[in-house]
Design a protein around this ligand. Structure first.
Ligand code: AMP
Length: 195
């Protein structure tokens, strides 16, 4: 399926290394320059605000989805193509997933990891066939990658489901990988034989 809109999960903080900000700018620009719509959490703080500003400045379309209760805390971005205010976190994630053809994560904290893992588990169960990937800025996600390999070795995740998550260290490589993605067709349950 051609990717026309990309959901970006990322920190509501900027992190200590300026490389994270630079990566957020590069990813926002790359999404806009490819004519893709950026879908994200709608905040103006942290890497969220930076990726959105970069995509808007590069002439892109940006849709933010923010829960009413977080609109003040995360400063709902007032300069987007569209800001949708929803009832809560679950509605936010469902709407972001509905509007997006692919999911990528920049560095971030618990919210970023939670959003990424939820959408990955939905793909593993076959609820969607959309690609997902990590922008591995300065090796930020390499330890997570090693841990996920360990989870496969220990028999809790199929290698094909592990392989659904692409790690790349440049926006171009990551977005190219999203375009060529083929979803695996396998049951989630490791002990169950594939039909
Ligand atoms: P963080 O990575 O913790 O800085 O959070 C990044 C974004 O994820 C912020 O917009 C948070 O509001 C959001 N977030 C945190 N927890 C959740 C959750 N359970 N469901 C959806 N979004 C969340």
């Amino acid at each position: 399926m051609p990717v026309r809109s990309v959901c970006v999960f990322c920190g509501a903080s900027t992190g200590v290394n300026p490389a994270y900000r630079e990566a957020a700018i590069a990813l926002g620009q790359a999404i806009a320059q490819r004519g893709l719509t950026l879908v994200y959490g709608g905040g103006a703080v942290g890497l969220m605000g930076i990726v959105a500003d970069a995509a808007m400045a590069a002439g892109g379309e940006v849709i933010g989805i923010i829960p009413q209760a977080l609109k003040d805390a995360e400063v709902g971005h007032s300069g987007l193509t569209r800001l949708e205010v929803v009832d809560g976190m679950h509605a936010r994630k469902a709407r972001m997933a509905e509007l997006s053809d692919a999911f990528v994560a920049l560095p971030g904290g618990l919210g970023t990891l939670e959003e990424l893992f939820e959408v990955w588990t939905w793909g593993q169960l076959g609820y969607h066939a959309k690609p997902l990937g990590l922008l591995d800025v300065n090796g930020f996600y390499s330890k997570l990658g090693s841990f996920l390999d360990h989870v496969v070795e220990e028999g809790f995740v199929r290698p094909q489901h592990r392989a659904m998550l692409r790690l790349a260290d440049s926006p171009a490589e990551l977005l190219d990988a999203m375009d060529s993605y083929q979803a695996p067709v396998l049951p989630k349950w490791v002990d169950k034989k594939p039909d």
